[in-house]
Design a protein around this ligand. Structure first.
Ligand code: APR
Ligand code: PHB
Length: 392
C-alpha cells in the first residue's frame, strides 16, 4: 500500500478545509486535502454569501480576497419587512461596520484556485475515507483514490467534512455531547438571473410565513420562502414561487420585483446543532462538522471561518516550536463564539418565522419582540452587533 506523509490531513474541501489548507500553506505547513465529491460538484454547490468583516480580514490574510474586493457588494444595512412595512437596520450607523455579500460559490472557486496554485495535493473523488488512529503519536488514515487504497500518516487531522462527514462519526458516542433542535419548517430557495428587488437584503415576517430577498450580484438574485417541512420541491414551479413571494411583500416592493426563470430551486431544512468538544487527541473538528445554525442571520460560513482562524493559528504556533496552548484551548475558544452565534441564529429564526402549531401566547410574545425591536435603538444595536459578527 502506498503511504502519503503530510503534516496536517484535512478531510473535506468545503470552505473550512480549503481555507485551512491555504492559511497553513502561507505559513509553510504541508497538508493533504481528501474530498469525497468531485471538484465539479464542490465548485457548483449553492450556499449563502454574507461575510462578516472578520471573515473578510481572514480571507485577506489567506491571500484570496482580491476578487472578493472587486466583485463583493458592501452592505451597510439590512431591512426587516414586517406586515407590509419596511424598516432599515443601519448596521454602519449602529455599530460602525458593514457586511460583504459574496456568494459562497465564488469564494469556493477562489479557494480552489489558490489550492491548485499552491501545488499542494487535494484528492477529489476520494472514497471510503477512514480514520484508523488519532490518539497516539500520529494520525493514520486510509482512503481509495481511483480504485487504489492509499494510507496517510500525519501529525494532525482536521475534520472539515461537514455535518454528514466521517470525522465526527469516528469519535465514540460517549466522548461526544450533541445538542440539536430541528425547526418545523424549511426554506425553499430560488436563484435567478434577475436584478435584486432592493440593493440590500430584506428579511420578511408575514402571516403567510418568512421570506428573504437576497442576492449574489447586481444581476443575480436569491430568494427564500418559509415552507412546511413536508413540502416537496416538485410541487413548486417558478410562477407559484413568484406569486407566493409577492403575497408576502408590501405592495410597493411586490411592484418592483423582477421575476424570471429559476436557475435552481431547492428546499433546505433548518437546524441548530453543536457537538462538544471539538478536539479529540490529534483530531480537530471545524465548521459544519461540529455545528449547524439555521440560515437566518447567515452565520454558517462565518462560524466556519472563525474556527479555522483559531485552528490555523494554533497549528502555526505549534510548528513554530511554541507550547501547544492554542491547540489545548481550540475547543473552548471556538465553542464560546459558536454558542453566541447559535443563540443569535435561533433568536432571528424565532423572531421572523411563522410557528403555526405553537400556543397563542407564543405569537403574542413574538409580536412584542418585533415591536420592541422596531421601536428601540438599543435592541437594533444588539441585532446589528451580532449580524456583523462578534469579535473573533
Ligand atoms: N470524506 C471526504 N470528504 C467528505 C466526506 C467524507 N467522508 N464527507 C463529506 N465530505 C466533504 C463534503 O463533500 C464537502 O465538500 O466535506 C465537505 C464539507 O463541506 P461543507 O459542508 O461546505 O462544510 P464546511 O467546509 O465546514 O463549510 C461551512 O459552508 O456548507 C456551508 O452552511 C455551511 O456556510 C457553512 C460553511
Ligand atoms: C443567501 O443569500 O443565500 C442568504 C443571505 C442571508 C441569509 C441566508 C441566506 O441570512
Amino acid at each position: 500500500m502506498k503511504t502519503h506523509r503530510t503534516q496536517v490531513l484535512i478531510v473535506g474541501a468545503g470552505p473550512s478545509g480549503l481555507l485551512l489548507g491555504q492559511l497553513l500553506h502561507r505559513a509553510g505547513i504541508d497538508s493533504l486535502i481528501v474530498e469525497r465529491a468531485s471538484a465539479t460538484h464542490v465548485r457548483q454547490r449553492i450556499r449563502a454569501g454574507v461575510l462578516e468583516p472578520g471573515t473578510v480580514a481572514l480571507l485577506e490574510e489567506a491571500g484570496v480576497a482580491d476578487r472578493l474586493h472587486r466583485e463583493g457588494l458592501l452592505h451597510h444595512g439590512i431591512e426587516l419587512m414586517v406586515d407590509g412595512c419596511r424598516h432599515r437596520i443601519d448596521l454602519q450607523a449602529l455599530v460602525g461596520r458593514s457586511v460583504t455579500v459574496y456568494g459562497q460559490t465564488e469564494l469556493t472557486r477562489d479557494l480552489m484556485e489558490a489550492r491548485a496554485a499552491s501545488g499542494r495535493p487535494c484528492w477529489y473523488d476520494a472514497q471510503q475515507v477512514h480514520l484508523d488512529t488519532w490518539d497516539g503519536s500520529e494520525v493514520r488514515a486510509r482512503c481509495e483514490v481511483e480504485g487504489v487504497t492509499r494510507e496517510i500518516v500525519a501529525d494532525f487531522v482536521a475534520g472539515c467534512d461537514g455535518y454528514h462527514g466521517i470525522c465526527r462519526a469516528s469519535v465514540p458516542a460517549e466522548a461526544l455531547r450533541c445538542y440539536e433542535k430541528v425547526y418545523p419548517f424549511g426554506w425553499l430557495g430560488l436563484l435567478s438571473d434577475t436584478p435584486p428587488v432592493s440593493h440590500e437584503l430584506i428579511y420578511g415576517r408575514h402571516e403567510r410565513g418568512f421570506s428573504l430577498c437576497s442576492m449574489r450580484s447586481p444581476t443575480r438574485s436569491r430568494y427564500y420562502l418559509q415552507v412546511p417541512l413536508s413540502e416537496q420541491v416538485h410541487h413548486w414551479n417558478d410562477q407559484r414561487f413568484w406569486q407566493e413571494l409577492r403575497c408576502r411583500m408590501d405592495p410597493a416592493t411586490a411592484e418592483q420585483l423582477v421575476t424570471g426563470p429559476a436557475l435552481e430551486m431547492s428546499i433546505a431544512p433548518l437546524r441548530s446543532f453543536v457537538a462538544e468538544p471539538m478536539r479529540f487527541g490529534r483530531l480537530f473538528l471545524a465548521g459544519d462538522a461540529a455545528h449547524i445554525v439555521p440560515p437566518t442571520g447567515a452565520k454558517g460560513l462565518n462560524l466556519a471561518a472563525s474556527d479555522i482562524r483559531y485552528l490555523s493559528q494554533a497549528l502555526i504556533e505549534f510548528y513554530s516550536g511554541g507550547p501547544p496552548t492554542g491547540l489545548d484551548h481550540y475547543s473552548s475558544r471556538c465553542l464560546a463564539r459558536i454558542w453566541k452565534a447559535e443563540r443569535f441564529s435561533w433568536w432571528m429564526t424565532t423572531l421572523l418565522h411563522g410557528f403555526d402549531h405553537e400556543p397563542p401566547i407564543q405569537h403574542k410574545l413574538q409580536r412584542a419582540e418585533l415591536d420592541y425591536l422596531l421601536s428601540s435603538e438599543a435592541a437594533q444595536r444588539v441585532l446589528a452587533e451580532n449580524y456583523v459578527g462578534l469579535p473573533i
